[in-house]
Design a binder for this molecule. Structure first.
Ligand code: SF4
Length: 76
């Protein structure tokens, strides 16, 4: 199974990734809007109901459905 993305991974830190979107640094990432999370991001490679799924931005490492990073792109 793919590895789980570590919040302390340099790339994760660079994009402000948090396993829990409520913990995102809102001052640093003003683009964050309530309701945005990995589970409704275009780059979440799973079903919207999956607890975790690989993320294309992080080389397929698993991200949390309720996570968020600054590469968030609303699912079309
Ligand atoms: Fe989550 Fe999307 Fe960022 Fe991947 S790109 S970590 S799915 S918000």
């Amino acid at each position: 199974a793919p590895a789980k993305l570590d919040e302390n991974d340099p790339q994760a830190k660079g994009l402000g990734y948090k396993h829990d979107a409520s913990k995102v640094d809102k001052a640093k990432y003003p683009k964050y809007a309530a309701g945005q999370h990995c589970g409704n991001c275009q780059l979440f490679q799973g079903k919207p109901t999956d607890a975790t799924a690989p993320c294309a931005v992080f080389g397929g490492k698993l991200v949390e459905n309720k996570g968020w990073c600054s590469a968030y792109t609303k699912k079309a």
